[in-house]
Structure formats: C-alpha cells, structure tokens
Design a binder for this molecule. Structure first.
Ligand SMILES: Cc1cc2nc3c(=O)[nH]c(=O)nc-3n(C[C@H](O)[C@H](O)[C@H](O)COP(=O)(O)OP(=O)(O)OC[C@H]3O[C@@H](n4cnc5c(N)ncnc54)[C@H](O)[C@@H]3O)c2cc1C
Length: 403
C-alpha cells in the first residue's frame, strides 16, 4: 500500500513515520525547498505526544524538553499576583521536527514539491505538483496546514476565520540576557495579563541541538483589528501580504512599536526579553472542516482543524491524528479505516476548537466588543487563565476520545 503525504511538517512527519511502521510505502511532498528546522518557536507537550514519539523510538530527554515547575502571574511592576504548581514539559518546534525528519528516509522526502491538485477513483488517488510531475497511491494525506491546498480542493467553502488578535512571539537565547534578568526569570512560566491580552514566556531547550543551553520563548496575544493586521502585514515596499508576512519582511517600525508597547505594559525584565528579540507575529485563526475524509483522501493536523493556541496542543493534536489513522489502518481496509478516523478525529477537533475559542474569547472581545460577551467569556482572572491554558489532556473530560 502506498501513501502520499502532502506537507512535511510535524503532522506529515508523524503520519509518514507511523505508516512506515505499518509496512506502507510512504512519500512526503513538501513545498518549501529546504530543511524547515529554522522555523517555529516554543511548544507545549503532553504525555500523549511523548508517547507517540516514544513509539517511534524518540525520547523526550533534556535536549528535547524542559520541565517548568511553576506558573506565575505578575503585574506591570513585576509583583506576583498568583502562582500555581505546573511541572509540565515545554519543548520547541525544531526540537521535535529534527528527530522526526532524521528518522524518515531522506530519499522519500521531497522538498520543493508544491501540491496543486488531485484526482481519485474508488481505489487510487493521483496527486499533481507544481513542477509538472504527479504521483499515485492508495491514500493521500493532506497535512499541508492552515491554508491547505488539499482541503481547498475538497471543501472550497471552508475558510480560516480570523479571531481578532495576533500572537507576537520569538525565541531569545538565554545567554544574551543580562545576569539580573536571568536570575529574575529563573525557571518560571511567566504570565502578564493586561486587559484583553495575554503575555506568557517560558524556557525551552536550545534550538541548536549541538549547543547545551536554554532559550526563552515568549508569546504575546494582543487584539488587532483587520485594518491593523493588514498594516502589520505590509512590507517596506508597500505590498500587503494578506494575513501573514514572512518575519524578515516585517517593517522595522512595526517591531519597534511592539517593543515600545512592551516597555509600557510589561515588567522590566520581560520587556527586556522582547527588546533582545526579533519579534514576529502570527494572526490567530479558527478552522473547522466538516469532515476529514473524502474518498481516498484524509486531512490531518492543521489542515483539518486549527484550534487557537491556548489549548497548547497543535502538535499533540497532529500526532494523535496520525496515531488514530495508524490504528484505524492497522485494524481494517482503507475505506473502513477512513470512516473510523473521520468520526473520532472530527469529534476531537470540533471540541478542541470550541474549548480554545472559549479560552480566547476575552481577547477576541476587545477587538469585537459589539458581539455581546458573557461574564464567563470575559473572565481573565489569573487563577482561571493559569489553570486552564494548556491543561493536560487527561484533565479535559470532553477531549477523552478513543484514538
Ligand atoms: C502562536 C502559536 C502558538 C502555538 N503554540 C503551540 C503550542 O504551544 N503547542 C503546540 O502543540 N502547538 C502550538 N501551535 C500550533 C502548531 O505549531 C501546529 O498546530 C502544528 O505544527 C501542526 O502541524 P501541521 O503539520 O498540521 O501543519 P504545519 O506545521 O502548518 O505544516 C504544513 C506543511 O505543509 C506544507 N505545505 C503547505 N502547502 C503545501 C502544498 N501545496 N504542497 C506541499 N506542501 C505544502 C507547508 O510548507 C508546511 O511545511 C501554535 C501555533 C501558533 C500560531
């Protein structure tokens, strides 16, 4: 049996590596021309993610994860408002990508192959690429992310919905920070909650696996109207790149603006972190696909559902999608397996998106006050936010769904 995996990021690599274990012939097609390890920032992990990695022989050791003991919320002056035990492991995108990519046979991973379309019959599916080539298989996995071309072909009506706020983020090497900041930051998972916003930062393992050390990852969720987002996405030549812009093209005055805002709203050591970084941003979107399979095609990871990052499980969700597909294919023929996958992961995805939307509603409300929000949606008390953001999967009853 042969699988064509469109998208060679984490979701695609989980699926590709797992299907190899099932004895499938697997080819991965990635539109970007070279290694993706330079991308990404910090990610939260879950036991379930660590388990899928372990199944592939990848151990979450100290090079891949940092255990964070406490979550602490501070005010503008750096005074502690609330603290809770945490003891979860944080990692970084590149640290999960590297071993997954290295594990997969290089000759079957094709960089610089942009998928453009597909045709399928009852038993076979053919994919077409932007270099004029094509490939044929028994199953096509659309793991091509938020703006999935596979999804667009199968469900053209499904569009990402902008949530009304953006995440400013970056990673800073710990060694570039002043000693006083390193001491103040310690090993905390810091939160600052300006009205309608959420700033958080935590340590992650150094991105460069050959370097011993840690980096600091921060994410600052801030409301931005659609007009502001268009301005942030406009480069120095005046060209607007839609709702996302490559970090090197962000105008210097835009990064200067967010650093200035940091000095206004964040405690000095956290503003210093922002100052020492090269901030970039991602607009926050919701995506819900009404179904995950059409014929011999399955959507997986962000191509299927994008939940706002407050559930902290984008990577775990992609890994579990891949595991569910693997379990389903191990049990039955392709059509029955895809039915099972659609039912289980569709339910998980919808519930995940709903939970993340609820956690982010107090930020959405600031750019869309007219929508009418309940007090529960506007609740940004530290004790609620610090407990509910990126909760362990086992502690979320509605997400206990068979894999
Ligand atoms: C601010 C922010 C914070 C986040 N924090 C976390 C966190 O704490 N924990 C967590 O688990 N997740 C987090 N995430 C989400 C996480 O990064 C993704 O959910 C996860 O990487 C899913 O990966 P994917 O492979 O499905 O999609 P993607 O990583 O988007 O990969 C899609 C791949 O497909 C390729 N592609 C696209 N189109 C084509 C085409 N036509 N042909 C071939 N290839 C194509 C792309 O180049 C890309 O490599 C966060 C996201 C954001 C925005």
């Amino acid at each position: 049996m042969k699988a064509l995996v469109i998208g060679g990021s984490l979701g695609g690599l989980f699926a590709a590596n797992l299907l190899l274990e099932l004895g499938w012939d697997v080819e991965v097609y990635e539109k970007v021309g070279d290694d993706l390890a330079a991308r990404g920032a910090g990610i939260g992990t879950h036991t379930e993610l660590v388990d899928v990695l372990a199944r592939l022989g990848i151990t979450m050791d100290e090079r891949l994860g940092v255990v964070i003991p406490d979550r602490i919320c501070v005010d503008r002056a750096g005074r502690e408002l609330y603290r809770c035990r945490w003891a979860h492991t944080m990692s970084a995108w590149a640290n999960v990508y590297r071993p997954l990519k290295d594990r997969f046979p290089a000759a079957r991973y094709h960089f610089g192959k942009g998928f453009t379309g597909l045709v399928q019959s009852a038993n076979r599916v053919t994919a077409f690429f932007d270099d004029g080539t094509s490939a044929e298989g028994d199953l096509l996995i659309g793991a091509d992310g938020l703006r999935s071309t596979v999804r667009a072909q199968l469900m053209p009506g499904v569009q990402p919905r902008y949530a009304g706020y953006v995440a400013w983020r970056s990673i800073v090497e710990e060694r570039v920070l002043p000693a006083a900041s390193r001491e103040w930051l310690g090993e905390g998972y810091w939160f600052v909650l300006p009205k309608g916003e959420m700033f958080l930062c935590y340590q992650v393992p150094a991105k460069d696996l050959s370097r011993v050390g840690r980096d600091w990852n921060y994410v600052w969720y801030r409301p931005a109207t659609e007009a502001q987002l268009a301005d942030f996405c406009t480069d120095a030549s005046g060209k607007c790149h839609g709702t996302g812009i490559a970090p090197p093209l962000i105008r210097p005055e835009v990064t200067a603006y967010i650093k200035r805002e940091g000095r206004e709203l964040l405690p000095p050591h956290l503003a210093g972190l922002l100052d020492a970084s090269q901030p970039f941003f991602q607009a926050i979107f919701d995506i819900e696909s009404p179904r995950l399979t059409v014929g011999r095609v399955a959507l997986l990871g962000d191509a299927a559902f994008v939940a706002r990052p407050h559930v902290g499980m984008g990577v775990t969700k992609g890994a579990l999608d891949a595991l569910c597909l693997y379990n389903s294919l191990a049990k039955s023929d392709v059509p029955s397996a895809l039915q099972r996958y659609d039912r289980l992961r569709g339910e998980f995805g919808r519930r995940c998106v709903a939970r993340a939307r609820q956690l982010g509603s107090y930020m959405e409300a600031r750019s869309r006050p007219e929508k009418g929000w309940t007090p529960e949606q506007l609740d940004q008390r530290p004790e609620r936010v610090l407990h509910e953001v990126a909760l362990a999967l086992a502690d979320i009853p509605e997400l206990q769904i068979d894999i």
